[in-house]
Design a protein around this ligand. Structure first.
Ligand code: CA
Length: 223
């Protein structure tokens, strides 16, 4: 899990970074709101620890901005004891949790672990079969360390195949679920998209195959 810490008290930021690294997290630091925002907008972090009182841009503004940009990583706000109102504002503008300074290391780690648990539960909703996982949010087909981006229709087709494991999915059901009109071109499209999916399964070196049952439809198999 990759964590971004945005905190202008350098000593505190670095100490937090050290503690989290020792727990096995990968950590990056930013010491003001603006550079914190720039880093957050890259979208490469799983979680952000965000101080409220920051130079250049305050934490609550950083938070509202990333939520507007639909970056939905969990955010743990750090607030000074006097900033009770900020807590409420923080939760209103999309923070997941807050911690009042000064805090115990154990408390911080517990909150981070809770966030990590929530993240892994969220990824559990992604359909899996054999050695593949579909990331429904990122439109990705994942097999071990290999990833390939799927088109909207490809993703939906593979999702349907996975949810019907052990059964044959007919061309009709693909057409009904995915294409708006059910003329002949839609039926031909099913074949085309199946061949795209087969190529992408090969690309990620998956052992999962889409088997054609002649005259019936398609099903998934693991070789
Ligand atoms: Ca501060």
């Amino acid at each position: 899990m990759k964590i971004l810490i945005v905190e202008d008290e350098k000593g505190l930021a670095e100490a937090l970074g050290e503690i989290l690294r020792r727990e096995g997290y990968s950590v990056e630091l930013a010491f003001d709101g603006k550079s914190g925002l720039e880093k957050a907008l890259t979208g490469k972090y799983d979680c952000m620890i965000l101080d409220i009182m920051l130079p250049l841009m305050n934490g609550l503004d950083v938070l509202s901005y990333i939520r507007v940009k639909e970056i939905d990583m969990p955010v743990l706000l750090l607030t000074a004891k006097s900033e009770v109102e900020d807590k409420i504002n923080g939760l209103d503008c999309g923070a997941d949790d807050y911690l009042t300074k000064p805090f115990e290391t154990g408390e911080l780690l517990a909150r981070i672990r809770a966030i990590a648990r929530r993240i892994s539960q969220a990824t559990d909703i992604n359909p899996k079969f054999g050695d593949i996982v579909l990331d429904l949010k990122k439109f990705e087909l994942i097999c071990g360390i290999n990833t390939v981006v799927l088109g909207r229709k490809e993703l939906r087709m593979l999702e349907i195949l996975i949810s019907n494991t052990g059964h044959i999915v007919t061309k009709e059901s693909f057409v009904n679920e995915i294409w708006e009109n059910s003329d002949e071109s839609a039926y031909n499209n099913v074949e085309v998209y199946i061949s795209f999916l087969r190529k992408k399964l090969q690309l990620v070196h998956s052992r999962v195959h889409i088997k054609t049952r002649r005259g019936l439809g398609y099903c998934l198999e693991v070789s």
